[in-house]
Design a protein. Structure first.
Length: 64
């Protein structure tokens, strides 16, 4: 499993919804609960991945 697939799988598991993004409050909660820098980095990558995915959707559907 590559990094993108891992991010997608983890996001889907945590959020129980493939189309949902993480709110800023949820992101900060994840970051503050992380025990290591590696966990923080992973949550940051997941947040950025989901945000980018949502931005691509908005652009593709001309919702801007």
């Amino acid at each position: 499993m590559n990094r993108i697939e891992l991010l997608q799988t983890t996001a889907n598991t945590l959020l129980n919804d493939k189309n949902r993004t993480i709110s800023a409050d949820e992101y900060l909660t994840l970051i503050s609960s992380a025990k290591t820098q590696e966990e923080k980095d992973f949550y940051t990558q997941m947040y950025n991945y989901l945000l980018g995915k949502k931005q691509q959707e908005v652009i593709a559907h001309e919702k801007y």
